[in-house]
Design a binder for this molecule. Sequence first.
Ligand code: NAP
Length: 485
Amino acid sequence: MWLPELNLGTLFIDGGWGPSSAGTVFESTNPATGETIGTLSAGDATDTRRAIAAAATAQPEWAARTAYDRSAVLYEAHRLMRERADDLAHLMTVEQGKPLRAARNEVNYGADFLLWFAEEAKRVYGAMIPSPRADQRFLVMHKPVGVVAAITPWNYPISMITRKVAPAIAAGCTVVLKPAEQTPICAVAIFELLAEAGLPPGVANLITTERPEPVGAEMLASPLVRKLTFTGSTEVGKRLAGEAASRMKRVSVELGGHAPFIVFGDADPSHAAKGAALVKFLNTGQACICPNRIFVHRSLVGEFVATFTERVAALKAGNGLEAGISIGPLIDRTALEKMNRHVSDAVSKGATLVAGGEQLTGEAFGQGAFFAPTILSNVTPEMTIYREETFGPIAPVITFDDESEVVAMANDTSYGLASYVYTRDIGLALRVTEALDFGIVGINDINPTAAAAPFGGMKESGLGREGAQEGLAEYLETKLVGLSI
Ligand code: NAP
């Protein structure tokens, strides 16, 4: 199996690979088999300080390069990533567990951010604003925020890195990134590729570790770090954003979700059920945009659940390297315990278990934490699954009767990331879209994401947007110039 070079150590600081200062290591394992894939350096506060210093030294020179120079590095990184797509996808399946086809999609999605921000790097425009004074002109210009601390999760171990690093680099910032402890080798592979693409020393630095706290604390304590960009759980994101705010650092946080998926009475139930099965079980339900509450109009619920059940029955669980697999393992046993807790709580409060509901064991599943794709119907607001992000392959179906009721139910959550609406009535679609407190709405569409589109949530799903023009603005300061003539 292809792996990036790990022997020199996996901290990438000031353009060189090396071990942690304390010499400590940790292992990355395959969630489908429990086998060790590789040994990584476990960075700590000292290493993080060194990486921040390198980023701070490199930043003025990187910002002084032309946008065309910065863009050229991103174009080359994009080319290398596409060239290595098969190896990267294979690595991702082995380290994170998602089926190979889904891993290929993620590699392409991750590469799209390199391309998009290679293009956007050249479009950081300023403005000239008329002044109320005849002898004055206003100029607006942008400058990079400075050193960025980036923290990423395991569920999208490549695209969550490029979604942050590409705009930071394009803007003229420098970065210190801490990837998730479950998927550090994917991060090493991306940093190897960035170095090969010609990124100067210190512009992007990587701290792999299995102890996130001291690394995060150092990132937040350092006055050299001007921005925190975090993707992960709402619990950790709120804590880190709070600390960053107390030090007046800029913050972007992409957090958890609890997406409503609303099927109105005029929708095509087969089309909606097909969409629900695809997006609910994406990455084994471990995506922030996965539906967590599927609201179906009473007139359609029987037909919808029947088609949905047929589709779910066709999903095959197993090692993502094998052909025909669409459900990989959960990331760990804690996730498995959460699935059991959500199912037993819902069933004890009156939900009907339509499909699945148990851990999958046996030879085909080895040591992996596999859970059967599950459908619960008659789910109600008293159940834990109605409130907590499940982050696994359980689809709760809730029946509703009218538009205002379902909008209120959909918005009855502290989250506000993705939402989905199925209807053939354009007026209804627009009314509901306007009423939903979510950053993303898919109308008869289960994939409302792309590098060109602003991704992000409202309420406790986060602050800021990634991708699109907005994604670059997150890494730029605005400077106003008053010019007396
Ligand atoms: P998590 O536990 O919050 O971890 C996310 C990252 O934060 C990891 O790198 C983790 O390191 C690190 N971390 C944890 N505690 C830290 C601390 N005290 N200081 C510094 N870093 C710390 O989340 P996760 O389980 O990896 O990811 C799943 C969550 O991410 C879900 O809620 C999902 O909805 C959300 N997500 C959101 C988006 C979005 O775009 N909105 C995208 C993907 C995922 P370790 O790995 O070492 O613990």
